[in-house]
Ligand binder design. Structure first.
Ligand code: 2P0
Length: 336
C-alpha cells in the first residue's frame, strides 16, 4: 500500500529538466501487448500502481507509431490514423494532458501524429502501445535520455499496460512498492519463442460498455472473489515465467487460460456484474476446449472485452486457421 499519493506531475517533474530543448521532430514505435498473466486492479489510481505483477507478450511490428513536430500555427494538433482530432475530444485531451507533464508551462506547441498498424479486424486496444510510443517519442524529441525503467514508469502513468509496451518479446511488469511508483516498471525476459503464435479472434467491434479503468475499480470495490486474485496472479506469474523459460507450451497455455478465466470470475462477481463475454465468445471457448480434447495444443486468453486471443505453436497453425476462418495470426518473434 502506498502511504501518500503523489501526482503524476510531481513524479515526472523530478526527472525532467525545467528548461527543455526540442528537436525539429522525433518519432517512435511501440508494440501492442497481450497479457498472459493479467493486470487487474490498482492499489493506487493516480499513478496506475497495480495490486499484482503481470507478464505479457509484445506483438512484434503491430502497434503504434508516434511522430512529434512543432506546430507552427502556435496551436497543438493531435492526429490519429491521419485524422485531425477534435481538440475537445477525449483522445486529444488525454494526449495533451500527458504531454503537458513534460512540457509544463513552456510554450512549445506541437503536432502529435499517431498511427496504429493494428488490423482493425483484430479488436485490440491501442492505449498500451499508444502511451508507450508517446513516451518514447517525447524522450527523443526533448532529448531527455530517460532510462528504460523511467520510460516504463512514465508510460504506466498514461495506461498501466503501456509500461509493458516499452519492450518487445516477453515482458514482466513488477508491481513495486514505492509510493512514487518508480519501482513499478516492466523489464524484458531474455527468452525467445519463435514457434509461438497468437491468433486474434474478433467476435465484436462494438465499444465495450465499461472501460478497463472503471471495470477494475468496480471489481476491487465489490467482488468478494477479488481478495484471492493478487495471490493467484503472483503464483501464476511464476508458473508462466518458468514455462516460458523451459518452452513448456502446455504449462504456459494452461496457466495463461486459467489466469484469464480467474480474472473474468472476479469481474462476473462484481456488482453490478461485469460480463465482457458475448455468446460468440463462449462458442469460441467451447471450440477451443473441444480441440484440446482431440489432442490439439491450443489455449486462449481474453481481456476486458469479448474477443479472444488463441495461443498455439506454428505446427498447429494451418489446422487452426482452417477451424477459425476469421482469425488473424501473429508470430511475435518471427515478426520482429
Ligand atoms: C492486461 N488489461 O494486463 C489487463 C487485462 C485488461 C485486462 O491492462 O486503467 O488500459 O489505463 O491502467 O492498462 C487494460 O487496462 O488500464 C489492461 P489503465 P489499462 O492487459
Amino acid at each position: 500500500m502506498t502511504e501518500q499519493s503523489q501526482t503524476k506531475a510531481q513524479v515526472i517533474n523530478r526527472y525532467i529538466p525545467s528548461i527543455l530543448s526540442a528537436k525539429e521532430s522525433a518519432q517512435a514505435f511501440a508494440p501492442s501487448n497481450i497479457a498472459l498473466c493479467k493486470y487487474w486492479g490498482k492499489r493506487e489510481t493516480e499513478l496506475n500502481l497495480p495490486t499484482n505483477s503481470s507478464l505479457s507478450i509484445s506483438l512484434g511490428h503491430l502497434g503504434s507509431n508516434t511522430h512529434i513536430s512543432h506546430a507552427h500555427s502556435g496551436i497543438d494538433m493531435v492526429r490519429l490514423n491521419n485524422k485531425v482530432q477534435d481538440p475537445q475530444g477525449s483522445f486529444s485531451r488525454k494526449v495533451i494532458a500527458f504531454v503537458n507533464y513534460f512540457r509544463r508551462e513552456q510554450n512549445i506547441p506541437l503536432i502529435i501524429d499517431t498511427r496504429n498498424n493494428i488490423p482493425t479486424a483484430a479488436g485490440l486496444a491501442s492505449s498500451a502501445s499508444g502511451f508507450a510510443a508517446l513516451v518514447l517519442a517525447l524522450d527523443d524529441f526533448f532529448n531527455l535520455q530517460l532510462t528504460p525503467q523511467q520510460l516504463s514508469a512514465f508510460a504506466r502513468m498514461g495506461s498501466g499496460s503501456a509500461s509493458r509496451s516499452i519492450y518487445t518479446g516477453f515482458v514482466r511488469w513488477d508491481m513495486g512498492e514505492q509510493a512514487d511508483g518508480m519501482d513499478s516498471v516492466a523489464s524484458q525476459l531474455p527468452c525467445q519463442w519463435p514457434e509461438l503464435c497468437i491468433g486474434l479472434i474478433k467476435v465484436s467491434s462494438a465499444k465495450k460498455p465499461v472501460d478497463s479503468r472503471s471495470g477494475m475499480d468496480r471489481t476491487t470495490a465489490t467482488s468478494q472473489l477479488y481478495s484471492n486474485w493478487p495471490a493467484q496472479a503472483g503464483a501464476d506469474l511464476i508458473t508462466i515465467q518458468r514455462a516460458i523459460e523451459s518452452r513448456g507450451f502446455n504449462a504456459m497455455g494452461a496457466c495463461a487460460e486459467h489466469n484469464a478465466m480467474s480474472m473474468h470470475a472476479t469481474m462476473i462477481s462484481a456488482w453490478p456484474p461485469l460480463v465482457y463475454w458475448l455468446p460468440e465468445s463462449l462458442a469460441v471457448m467451447q471450440r477451443v476446449w473441444q480441440l484440446r480434447e482431440s489432442g490439439i495444443a491450443v489455449y486462449f486468453t481474453m481481456d476486458a472485452g469479448p474477443n479472444l486471443k488463441l495461443l498455439f505453436e506454428r505446427s498447429s497453425q494451418k489446422l487452426l486457421e482452417a477451424e477459425f476462418a476469421q482469425m488473424d495470426v501473429i508470430q511475435p518473434f518471427a515478426d520482429e
